[in-house]
Design a protein around this ligand. Structure first.
Ligand code: NAI
Ligand code: MG
Length: 489
């Protein structure tokens, strides 16, 4: 096993195609810069269109033999892969910290990801169609079959979770797969490529590419031989992928997109718990989380108390080097995120919002050097139509507004094109369920919030937050075609 300093000084940066590590066909690389220091960490292979085509061809050739294996034969490779991920937890945490700034303190991604490999390693037996005797003189049955070549395009905010939530079910269902990592966080996916052969996957079944949206992501989205594609990332890119799919082979799409998730806090809630939970819900991963509760509505009668509790909690989180185990707030992922988040902070300030916390460049900048650090920022009394209140900021910024009635807060919570996640805090059970029913979101937490998720429930978005669902059983639907077969008796 490589030592931790080897991992930092010489991480794997090549593409993994047809069971071999290769540089890109045209030798292109892209620069990966540390968000905490702005130093160059690695030059990473940038997959070309030719590399994508080679990977898809290898995946297409390898898939029939993979699908012909029994569930336990495929499952043994998945099980081993999950085990190896866990064994390399420290290395993966280090790579994520240096490439996208995730504090090692909160690095749960490998556990969450490995649990998916465990579960899908046993799931093959559950792939079963149905039968029908309803039609006189006929017997009907359905066959669930893999699509063939699957692709997964993943973002940078929690790569190990998304890598696993796409590759594990696709492979369990007998597809071959190509995962394309994000240009902002390619190192952990490239590292996982070193575990593929050790896990026993035959060459071509499991391929890993790094590169930007254009060329490699777009080439996968428009490829005629990719039959199903699962994407997690921004709504804008989800739209571009939908267009590319429509213009090529109408591949099956699963899209998990952005959010602007509301948390609603009623006056009868346990305010201390609600403040702690929602603070973590936006603070985790520097607010770079699709389901993060970026909008909080608190009932006016308890607003002052709630805001003070929230401020006290977030204000005491240490910001700094993500490799420091005491640090809870690292830098944002890269210069683009830094500019974007600061732009929304400026918009919030100029819209007349009250700055409750942060809102400025870090004051301890001498200790933080040149990193892309954005201090925890709380806006109060922000106009509902401010872009900072409406659009996905994806940074450590929360908007806290007040409401008077249940009816009013439901209307405000739903006044968005997003619908990924929502939370409601109250001790009134009937009210909690009324609000859960009324809110337009794919997931609602009652007295809990992001990133809480139950792995056996479906996860996905209402409205422009996505198409389709992921989850234990639910993910398998994204990787299986259903065929009707009928016999005349
Ligand atoms: P993005 O949506 O552009 O990137 C996500 C993935 O899609 C990356 O692997 C990227 O290379 C790929 N991609 C980009 N353009 C593509 C195309 N035309 N065809 C195929 N693949 C393509 O997100 P980005 O630029 O990294 O971040 C921008 C914003 O997106 C963030 O500020 C945030 O608001 C949002 N975002 C939301 C995420 C979520 O979980 N909902 C995750 C990542 C970003
Ligand atoms: Mg982008």
């Amino acid at each position: 096993m490589a030592s931790n300093s080897d991992i930092r000084n010489k991480p794997e940066t090549r593409l993994f195609i047809n069971g071999k590590f290769v540089e890109s066909s045209d030798k292109q690389t892209f620069r990966l810069v540390s968000p905490s220091t702005r130093e160059l960490i690695a030059e990473v292979s940038e997959a070309s269109a030719q590399d994508v085509n080679t990977a898809v061809a290898a995946a297409k050739a390898a898939q029939p033999a993979w699908a012909a294996l029994s569930p336990p034969e495929r499952g043994a490779c998945l099980r081993k892969f999950g085990d190896l991920m866990r064994e390399n937890m420290k290395e993966l945490a280090t790579l994520e910290a240096i490439s996208m700034g995730r504090p090692v303190r909160d690095y749960i991604d490998v556990y969450v990801g490995a649990r998916l490999w465990d579960w899908f390693s046993e799931a093959g037996w559950a792939i079963q169609g149905s039968t029908s005797l309803n039609n006189p003189g006929m017997v009907g049955m359905t066959l669930l079959q893999p699509y063939g070549v699957a692709a997964g395009i993943i973002p940078w905010n929690a790569p190990m979770i998304f890598f696993s939530s796409k590759a594990a079910p696709a492979l369990a269902c007998g597809n071959s797969i190509i995962i394309k990592s994000s240009e902002k966080a390619p190192l952990t996916s490239a590292f996982l490529a070193t575990l593929i052969e050790k896990s026993g996957f035959p060459p071509g079944v499991f391929n890993i590419l790094s590169g930007h949206g254009t060329v490699s992501g777009a080439t996968l989205a428009s490829h005629m031989d990719v039959r199903t594609l699962s994407f997690t990332g921004s709504t804008a890119t989800g739209r571009a992928i939908s267009i590319a799919a429509a213009k090529s082979n109408l591949k099956n799409l699963h899209l998990e997109l952005g959010g602007k998730s509301p948390a609603v806090v009623f006056e009868d809630a346990d305010l201390e718990a609600a403040a702690a939970t929602t603070q973590f819900g936006i603070g985790w991963n520097a607010g770079q989380i699709c389901m993060g509760n970026s909008r909080i509505y608190v009932q006016d009668t308890v607003a002052e108390k709630f805001v003070n509790l929230f401020k006290e909690k977030w204000g005491s989180v240490r910001m700094g080097n993500p490799l420091d185990p005491e640090v809870g707030l690292g830098p944002v992922a890269d210069s683009l995120q830094y500019e974007k988040v600061n732009k929304y902070i400026e918009i919030g300030k100029s819209s007349g919002a009250k700055v409750v916390l942060g809102g400025d460049k870090p004051t301890q900048s001498n200790q933080l050097g040149d990193g892309y650090y954005v201090p925890a920022t709380i806006f109060g009394e922000i106009p509902e139509d401010s872009k900072t209140m409406k659009e996905e900021v994806f940074g450590p910024v929360v908007c806290i507004n007040t409401f008077k009635t249940e009816e009013e807060v439901i209307e405000k919570a739903n006044d968005t094109e997003y619908g990924l996640y929502a939370a409601v805090f109250t001790t009134n059970h009937a009210r909690a369920l009324r609000v859960a029913k009324a809110i337009q979101a794919g997931t609602v937490g009652i007295n809990c919030s992001a990133p809480t998720n139950l792995p056996d429930l479906p996860f996905g978005g209402f409205k422009s937050s996505g198409v389709g669902r992921e989850g234990m059983i639910h993910s398998m639907r994204n990787y299986l075609e259903e065929k009707s077969v009928m016999t005349k008796l």
